[in-house]
Design a protein around this ligand. Structure first.
Ligand code: C5P
Length: 222
């Protein structure tokens, strides 16, 4: 038996990588497994929330009882997030969104005729920052994967993107973060820092859900 502490809340999450098409058969992407986002979705469902997961392409079984919206590109993820966020209570941005996409996607497969080639990239929209800038905004949580000066960069993103919380991890440490089974996080708000010790991602996710809910309740009652 678990108390349904999130009953009545709607949680919206992004997870996984995005794929930015080069031509009909090629793309640019990254090594995000989606595990942390899927674990948070599962923990939120278990705690009684209604959960919508906007997922990039991953090899994971979606948590039972959660609505999954499959997307490929950052623009598709952005469109879904902006459409659904105004009605969400909490938005958690776990996705490893590609920072750039192709300026022009080739409509036919590119042939290997030239000895070198240049791809022109343009910046993708920042999904979590755009959600946080909505007039009707959910409680907004971001992630920061850093290899150095974790607190400084995480706090920079917290204030620049106008987030309520940011969960930071040091991906330079062995056995945590990208593609790993385990993770450790520090959750920063404007005036606090809370540590979640190294554990498997599902345990870390339940603790994170508890911390997010406490901060969400505190904000709504102030
Ligand atoms: O700036 P950086 O990519 O390090 O920020 C990470 C946070 O921003 C994560 O929560 C990530 O999901 C979110 N993000 C986003 N859209 C982007 C880039 C990052 O939502 N285009």
């Amino acid at each position: 038996y678990q108390e349904k502490t999130l009953a009545g809340q709607h949680w919206l999450l992004t997870a996984g990588p995005t794929r930015e098409a080069i031509d009909p058969v090629r793309y640019i992407s990254n090594h995000s497994s989606g595990k942390m986002g899927y674990a948070i979705a599962r923990a939120a469902v278990n705690a009684g929330a209604r959960v919508t997961l906007i997922s990039g392409p991953v090899n994971l079984t979606p948590p039972q009882g959660c609505r999954v919206i499959q997307v490929n590109s950052a623009l598709e993820m952005h469109q879904q997030a902006m459409a659904l966020a105004p009605k969400a209570s909490v938005f958690v941005a776990c996705a490893a969104v590609a920072d750039y996409r192709l300026a022009d996607v080739a409509t036919q497969k590119i042939k290997k005729t030239a000895d070198d080639m240049v791809l022109k990239l343009v910046k993708n929209p920042d999904i979590v920052a755009d959600v946080a800038a909505l007039s009707q905004r959910p409680f907004t949580v971001g992630f920061a994967a850093e290899t150095q000066d974790v607190e400084q960069y995480a706090r920079g993103k917290l204030s620049r993107k106008k987030l309520d919380l940011i969960a930071a991890n040091d991906v330079a440490r062995e056995g945590q973060g990208f593609n790993s089974e385990d993770n450790a996080l520090t959750v920063f708000s404007a005036d606090s820092a809370t540590e979640i010790a190294l554990a498997n991602k599902q345990q870390v996710a339940s603790q994170l859900v508890t911390i997010i809910n406490q901060a969400y309740q505190a904000k709504n009652s102030s």
